[in-house]
Write a protein that binds this ligand. Structure first.
Ligand code: FNR
Length: 399
């Protein structure tokens, strides 16, 4: 996505045009006259130059309760803030006269080549941020040459996401208590072409804003989500309360490590565990044979008071010793954050809120801009540090 075009899109308030495909949005951006169109952005300089500015655009565009659902963290948001503060505390001290003119940002994750070590994390409810929801985000990831991690709560079926994008995709599973439904869902994801399965295992969401806003999925979205999961017993005739009651009983919140043995039997996809902070948990994950570990505290949306992921990363990398790939998410807002995570041993990073903001601000175009901003910043930070390729980044860069 060309930034000039994005600028036009924002000036037009494209996401508010009520169009149904991003192709049509772009068309609209090129053809429609700018003057006279009702938009919260008209007449202002809209082109965001960083993720914080994309966030501001999203805030103006999205319904308050939806924006706050994306933006906020649990309780006092200690962990949410710490994720960001910890990155800002890290100082970089590159060596002089190691200039590079061309940098190669590409790497591999689980054997898949990607254009840059920045992937899209699983994020729920994307149809609430933009009508094209997860399909738009998946297309933007494919366009940028990176992995789209589909949340099992994204608002689309695995088949819909697969049909929207031929790019690399991983599927994140929340586990239905009914193991028949779980098995079918995992196998549908595999058949649809997803290349890895992410198990998110951290619990404890308690967000004041959502409680204040009484934030809940609208009935039609919840019904679709449950049906997409494979709960065929959900019917249109059910009342909203009946669907809510079903939903509150449907999911297994008491998993243990044995679940990975079960998963191994139902799928050949590589397994990734998301939510690891402790060394002993990382060791257990290796013992049950995972292929990847995401060092994550769910972006500060789970138990408040947990430490920053970037500070837990070195301990995990240490005990894993190359037995699995280690990724990190939480607090990535700048290309320099990507560099810092790589210097502390991450193979790649994932972003959550930044692309949800992009989606809320301008659909697929907004996600593309977020990925492009981070790509440019990361490229600049590699050039400034004298690294020609991502495999060269090491901790000698850190003070
Ligand atoms: C999330 N996250 C998440 N994780 C997951 O495994 N399944 C999910 O359905 C969701 N849903 C979700 C919704 C929203 C609105 C957000 C912001 C996040 C967590 C996500 O994958 C990731 O761990 C964090 O977002 C990373 O932190 P940053 O990048 O948001 O700081």
């Amino acid at each position: 996505m060309d930034r000039r075009l994005f600028n036009q899109l924002m000036a037009l308030g494209a996401g508010a045009l009520g169009v149904t495909t991003d192709g049509e949005e772009l068309q609209a951006a090129e053809e429609a006259p700018v003057a006279g169109r009702a938009t919260p952005f008209r007449g202002r300089e809209q082109e965001p130059v960083n993720i914080a500015e994309v966030r501001s655009l999203a805030q103006r565009k999205m319904a308050t309760a939806t924006f706050e659902y994306v933006d906020t963290g649990s309780m006092d948001e200690l962990t949410l803030r710490e994720n960001i503060d910890a990155f800002q505390r890290i100082q970089l001290i590159p060596r002089l006269l190691h200039g590079v003119s061309n940098v190669d940002l590409s790497t591999t994750v689980l054997g898949q080549k990607i254009a840059m070590p920045i992937m899209l994390a699983p994020v729920a409810g994307q149809a609430m941020y933009h009508p094209n929801g997860g399909m738009a985000a998946a297309r933007a990831a494919a366009d940028a040459g990176t992995v789209y991690c589909m949340s099992s709560s994204v608002g689309n079926s695995v088949e819909e996401i697969a049909s929207a994008s031929k790019g690399p995709k991983w599927f994140q599973l929340y586990v239905p208590k009914d193991r028949g439904v779980t098995r079918q869902l995992v196998q549908r994801a595999e058949k649809a072409g997803f290349k890895a399965l992410i198990m998110t295992v951290d619990l404890g969401e308690w967000k004041d804003a959502d409680r204040r806003n009484k934030f809940a999925l609208p009935k039609d979205m919840l019904v679709k989500h449950l049906r997409d999961t494979g709960f065929d017993q959900i019917t249109d005739a059910m009342s909203y309360q009946e669907v809510l009651d079903f939903n509150s009983e449907a999911w297994d919140l008491s998993l243990d490590w044995k679940f990975f043995e079960w998963l191994r039997k139902v799928t050949d996809m590589p397994l990734i565990i998301k939510g690891v902070l402790r060394k002993d948990d990382a060791q257990m994950a290796i013992a049950v044979g995972v292929d990847g570990i995401v060092v994550s505290n769910h972006g500060g949306r789970r138990l408040d008071g947990m430490p920053a992921t970037i500070d837990m990363l070195p301990g995990v990398v240490d005990v894993v010793r190359g037995s699995a790939e280690v990724y990190l998410d939480g607090g990535i807002r700048r290309g320099t954050d990507v560099l810092k995570a790589m210097a502390r041993g991450a193979r790649a990073v994932l972003i959550g809120r930044p692309y949800a903001w992009g989606l809320g601000a301008a659909g697929e175009a907004g996600v593309s801009v977020v990925l492009e901003l981070l790509r440019e910043e990361f490229e600049n930070s590699m050039t400034s540090s004298g690294f020609a390729g991502v495999a060269d980044i090491d901790k000698s860069l850190l003070l």
